[in-house]
Design a protein around this ligand. Structure first.
Ligand code: RP5
Length: 159
């Protein structure tokens, strides 16, 4: 199981792209709104509970002073994949820097701002699980081949 966390319901439009990728590969996940600053006690409880239920990694998306992924990483040894949310005033640069610039010792694997980052975090989680799951490995190989085939088959409109 992969735990998908986000700081606010307003993040779901973006974070659902992580969920879609996991769903497409048949990877079990659960998505929760839990804020590092609005509900810190719930966050700690959730991480402990998800670990006891066999979570393999967490994907954490947050915006602005985005400390969710870092706080999650501070409370677990599982891999934490951070997704910076687009933000109104700084276009997600605040979220990106808050998520990616973790001080030494507590790593967060940080992805691109927005939908692509969320989708890639989902795909990265699939890659991690595929290390020990041959069927998933084959599905991932097929996914990559489909992408390559689509590029090779692209014909540009004539001008
Ligand atoms: C962060 O603040 C959330 O992750 C969200 O991206 C941002 C804005 O939250 P709302 O004010 O929309 O709840 O905690």
């Amino acid at each position: 199981m992969i735990g998908i966390l986000m700081g606010s319901q307003s993040d779901w439009d973006v974070m659902q792209h992580a969920a879609s990728q996991l769903k497409a590969f048949g990877v079990p996940f659960e998505a929760r709104v839990i804020s590092a600053h609005r509900s810190p006690d719930l966050l700690v409880e959730y991480i402990r509970d998800a670990e006891s239920r066999g979570a393999k990694a967490f994907i954490a998306g947050a915006g602005a002073a985005a400390h969710l992924a870092g706080v999650v990483a501070s409370k677990t040894l599982l891999p934490v994949l951070g997704v910076p949310m687009p933000s109104k005033y700084l276009q997600g640069m605040d979220s990106l820097l808050s998520t990616v610039q973790m001080p030494k010792g507590i790593p967060v694997a940080t992805f691109a701002i927005g939908e692509a980052g969320a989708a890639n975090a989902g795909l990265f989680a699939v890659s991690m699980l595929a290390l020990q799951d041959q069927k998933l490995n084959e599905s991932l190989r097929a996914f990559r081949k489909n992408q390559a085939d689509a590029i090779a088959a692209t014909i540009l409109p004539s001008i």
